[in-house]
Design a protein around this ligand. Structure first.
Ligand code: MN
Length: 200
């Protein structure tokens, strides 16, 4: 059975960027709902108990539960990462090898941020924006994740579903995205980047 990860901060810790009300609903209701549906779908079956392995093996699962596992397993995987990519001590900019490589790829950090923002505001409907270990910025629809398509595990991602920002920002997704950079947990992103590079 997959279970809800504990947050490393309180629901009100990301205020004023993300309100306690959103965090409370997003973690305890939305994430929990993905888990409940995922667990119901895989119950009794012989499937990987690691969510990453489960999503990578989607195509081998019975067709009648593939969509449920894709949407809800994706929801569980994506949100588990998303919580780690934010911190009350977040913001500023990355350091280390990641900072050097972002500059080499994008010219400077602000150009990278602008490109990420542009893809985030441009994504139609519900989905996610990702930074991959090769430093490509890509988007997926719904609760899909790049690992479902044979791509690497993202080192950073932003939830642009309306449930992630509507209570605080209403229709102004661009304001949510701009504010979000102030809570990005760069030390965690750097750690994931270094781990991905070490495995290559
Ligand atoms: Mn969400």
């Amino acid at each position: 059975m997959f279970s809800l990860p504990r947050l490393e901060y309180n629901y009100d810790a990301l205020e004023p960027i993300i309100s306690k009300e959103i965090m409370d609903l997003h973690h305890m209701k939305h994430h929990q709902a993905y888990l409940d549906k995922l667990n119901a779908a895989v119950e009794g079956g012989d499937y990987p108990n690691d969510i990453e392995q489960l999503l990578k093996s989607l195509s081998t699962m019975p067709e009648d539960i593939q969509t449920t596992v894709r949407n809800n397993g994706g929801g569980h995987f994506n949100h588990t990462l998303f919580w780690q990519w934010m911190s009350p001590e977040g913001g500023d900019r990355p350091g280390g090898r990641l900072a050097v490589d972002i500059d080499a790829r994008y010219g400077d950090f602000q150009t990278f941020v602008d490109e990420f923002d542009s893809q985030s505001t441009g994504l139609f409907g519900s989905g996610w924006v990702w930074l991959l270990p090769n430093l490509d910025i890509v988007t997926t629809q719904n609760q899909d994740n790049p690992i479902m398509f044979g791509q690497e595990k993202p080192i950073l991602g932003l939830d642009v579903w309306e449930h992630a920002y509507y209570l605080d920002y209403q229709n102004q997704r661009d304001k949510y995205i701009l504010a979000w950079w102030d809570i990005v947990n760069w030390p965690r992103v750097e750690q994931m980047y270094d781990a991905a590079k070490a495995n290559q």
